[in-house]
Structures are given as C-alpha cells and as structure tokens.
Design a protein around this ligand. Sequence first.
Ligand SMILES: CC(C)(COP(=O)(O)OP(=O)(O)OC[C@H]1O[C@@H](n2cnc3c(N)ncnc32)[C@H](O)[C@@H]1OP(=O)(O)O)[C@@H](O)C(=O)NCCC(=O)NCCS
Length: 148
Amino acid sequence: MNNIKIREPVTKEEFEQYYNLRWRILRHPWNQPFGSERDDKENRSIHIIACINDKIVGCGRGHFNSQTEAQIRFMAVEKEFSGKGIGTQILKALEKKLTEKGAKSIILNARKNAVSFYKKIGYEIVEKSHTLFGEIEHFKMKKEKNLK
Ligand SMILES: CC(C)(COP(=O)(O)OP(=O)(O)OC[C@H]1O[C@@H](n2cnc3c(N)ncnc32)[C@H](O)[C@@H]1OP(=O)(O)O)[C@@H](O)C(=O)NCCC(=O)NCCS
C-alpha cells in the first residue's frame, strides 16, 4: 500500500481518533468501557499511527520500562486493512524511534493470535503471561537482535 503514511499523531482530533481505534479493536469486543484503552504512561510514550488520507487505520505505542528496555503496547490495525503490511510498518517505526532513544531490547505481551505476526519481525517468546478478560491468552515476547 503506497498511499499509507506512518507518523506520530499531532492534533487533538487525531489523538481522539487514535484512542478510539484502540478502544474499538482492543477493548470494545470484550465489552470494556471507553477509557480502558489507555494507561498511565500515555504522556511519556511514543505514539505511531498509519493514515490513509485523513483516516487512521492502524496504530501502536512504545514506552520505556528502564533506560534500555522498551515495551510496545496497543498494536491495532483496522480489520479491513489487516494483512497488508501496515502492522509491520507501524512496529518498525516504533522500533526505530525506541532504539534512537536508547532501547537495547523491546518486550511486549502478545495476544495468542498475534504471536506469529511478532515472530516474523524477530520477537521470541519468553514465557506465557497473563490472560486478559478471562479469555485472551498472552505471551511475553522479546527482541534484542537486529534492532536499529
Ligand atoms: C496483529 C495486527 C496488529 C497485525 O497487523 P497487520 O497489518 O494485519 O500485519 P501485517 O500485514 O504487517 O502482517 C505481517 C505478517 O504477519 C502474519 N500474521 C501472522 N499472524 C497474524 C495475525 N494475527 N494478523 C495479521 N497478520 C498475521 C501475516 O500473514 C503477515 O505475513 P506475510 O508478510 O508473510 O504476509 C493486526 O492484525 C490486528 O490489529 N489484530 C487485532 C488486534 C490484535 O490482536 N493486536 C495485537 C495485540 S498484541
């Protein structure tokens, strides 16, 4: 897809659309209220969106757990645009920004259905982690080689 732009959200409206996408894809299907798509690290995180014209069709977020360990959360791509490489572009943009800021390793908690997506981009399973909303199994994954 060459009409896609990968960048940080800028305006208040873009941030609203971005949080709304997170909620619709990652929370609403499990009856979680609006607001549950955010945590207390938003102000110190790197946010990336994928845009087609004015529409945000994908997103992801990165933050630091320590000076050298970063974490990625809230990866989501609109269903009708999945499987077109957008998630990969978002993840790589986050990796680039996080490594530029000093990340030597990146961890994430992958939903079971997304484990093979992250494996393709070089993440390895560390251990089984939590189960969200009583049903979504997660796996802690980590990447420390080939980060640039
Ligand atoms: C997981 C997700 C972010 C991937 O984004 P995407 O844009 O669909 O992924 P890409 O098109 O970049 O896929 C890259 C590769 O991973 C593979 N893949 C493996 N599991 C996948 C999955 N569950 N969804 C999409 N692609 C998957 C694709 O086949 C593709 O392989 P290819 O390059 O050989 O064709 C997206 O599908 C999504 O939002 N899913 C629902 C929410 C979710 O589970 N988020 C992750 C929370 S941890």
